[in-house]
Design a binder for this molecule. Structure first.
Ligand code: ADP
Ligand code: ASP
Ligand code: MG
Length: 460
């Protein structure tokens, strides 16, 4: 049993849907027992979000945006089907468009788009695409049926990044998919609560959906089909000659994706690792390429590092003061305050002098972080045991990742001296005790030169 997931670029227009369908059809012929997971057409989720936001403002231009979305799907359908075959899919699409029209009208009337409404609006991207692709496959020799993941992926109600209930989902997946005779074409990214509210599991989440389906069906492999030849040693937008990593461990893949390599969503590895299912990254534009295998027992290799990743739009909050020395419980109060403010801490570093704690989080979360910290530490601030919090914006976290770094001396020396040569100023550094990741914070303007110089020193 195999799950194949295709991302937005693999289904971005009729031409791409045809090529993707050919890959699916050939695979289904070779080995029946396939499940397909699809994203929305590229850019459609973003378009749906702006549609909802425009309607929320009462701005009538949302109607034009809506027409453009309809037109994009209708153009695809016209190119995919003969006039004679298009009837059924067009009828079903009309039902979705009219439902979406009602939802948007509701948002316009109440001038409010709650996270719950936004999830419902976003769900249409995957639903429209799975509908047209399933119809296309069926009319081209591969009987397929669209499966709305809201029937099989159970989540809680944290809209926008809902938590998946694996036990319930696995049961529903098995029950639904094992009863089908046609190939299931499943909507990525969406799920529903026990009460039936539509949810989404986080942007870029269709990879995660594929892994949940794979685990539910005890698949032999989860294939993520995208627009690059596999996991590359760095973001190809910065290093165009970045090399494909043929095999990567689950932990390395998690670190790479958590620290910004969007080729795979970090949560994808969770159901896969628990159920010992390998993940294969493949390129729809180059299906003959071997791709990248993500699994635990990879062949030994002598690359000192595996890859480089980076996260943009981060800020650093520095909490420091002589009075912090030996002050018990300060770290727990700082983290407690940040948890209360729902701030996601990406990186922490504390000097052993205990003079300072430095926290890196998303720039847009710093306002509420500082507010909560100021409340929590008000006595210490008043007594001047802690100085004013220092906030630095426009930063970037760069991470160097690799299992082989463990126990290999000299890596950080080489790393920071190459940055020094490029005159890149490092603001904070963190290395986990796993030693498979060294992360550091730099100014945004230094990002490209930092990544280029590290890539050159270690990987070329
Ligand atoms: P999809 O729409 O198929 O889900 P994504 O856009 O989410 O595709 O992910 C693929 C993109 O990830 C690539 O086009 C590439 O630009 C980007 N990317 C960033 N870092 C890496 C990396 N280390 N390896 C491969 N791709 C990367
Ligand atoms: N369509 C969703 C997004 O754009 C999910 C995905 O593509 O994985 O975030
Ligand atoms: Mg993606």
């Amino acid at each position: 049993m195999k799950v194949m997931k295709f991302g937005g670029t693999s289904v971005k227009d009729a031409g791409r849907i045809k090529s993707t369908a050919e890959i699916i059809r050939a695979e289904n012929e070779k080995a029946p027992g396939l499940a397909v997971v699809l994203s929305a057409m590229k850019g459609v989720t973003d378009d749906l979000i702006s549609l909802a936001r425009t309607a929320e403002q009462g701005d009538q231009s949302y109607r034009e945006l809506f027409s453009a979305l309809i037109e994009r799907h209708e153009t695809a359908v016209d190119e995919l089907f003969s006039a004679q075959d298009a009837g059924g899919v067009k009828e079903k699409m009309q039902v979705l468009f009219s439902e979406l029209k009602d939802v948007l009208h509701g948002i316009e009337l109440v001038r409010e788009c709650s996270p719950r409404s936004l999830d419902l609006v976003m769900s249409f991207g995957e639903r429209l695409n799975c509908l047209q692709t399933a119809f296309y496959l069926s009319s081209h020799g591969c009987p397929a049926v669209m499966v709305d993941a809201r029937e099989i992926i159970r989540t809680d109600g944290s809209h926008g990044s809902a938590q998946v209930d694996f036990v319930v989902s696995y049961e529903k997946i098995r029950e639904k998919l094992s009863a089908l005779t046609a190939l299931p074409v499943i909507t990525g990214f969406i799920g529903s609560t026990a009460e039936g509210a539509t949810t989404t599991i986080g942007r870029n989440g269709s990879d995660f959906t594929a892994a949940i389906i794979g685990a539910g069906m005890s698949a032999d492999v989860i294939e993520i089909w995208t627009d690059v030849d596999g996991v590359l040693s760095a973001d190809p937008k910065i290093i165009p000659h970045a090399a494909v990593i043929p095999e990567i461990t689950i932990e390395e893949a998690m670190e790479m994706s958590f620290f910004g390599a969007e080729v795979i969503h970090p949560y994808t590895m969770i159901p896969a690792v628990e159920n010992r299912i390998p993940i294969l990254i493949k390129n729809t534009f180059n299906p003959g390429a071997a791709g990248t295998v993500i699994k635990d027992d990879i062949k030994p290799h002598n690359r000192s590092i595996t890859g480089i990743a980076s996260i943009s739009g981060v800020a650093l909050i520095n909490i420091q003061g002589g009075g912090m020395l030996g002050m018990r419980g300060i770290a727990s109060r700082v983290f407690g305050a940040l948890a209360k403010a729902e701030v996601n801490i990406i990186m922490i570093s504390q000097a052993s002098s205990e003079h300072s704690i430095c926290i890196v989080c998303k720039e847009q979360e710093t306002g509420r972080a500082l507010k909560e910290l100021t409340g929590e530490l008000s006595h210490e601030l008043e007594a001047k045991r802690i100085g004013r919090f220092e906030l630095t914006k426009n930063l970037e976290i760069v991470s160097v990742i690799g299992e082989n770094m463990r126990g290999t001396p000299g890596i950080s020396g080489k790393l920071f001296s190459s940055l020094g040569t490029e005159k890149v100023n490092v603001l904070a550094i963190a290395q986990g005790s796993s030693e498979r990741n060294i992360s550091f914070v730099i100014d945004r303007k230094d990002k490209d030169s930092a990544i280029k110089t590290i890539h050159k020193s270690f990987l070329e």
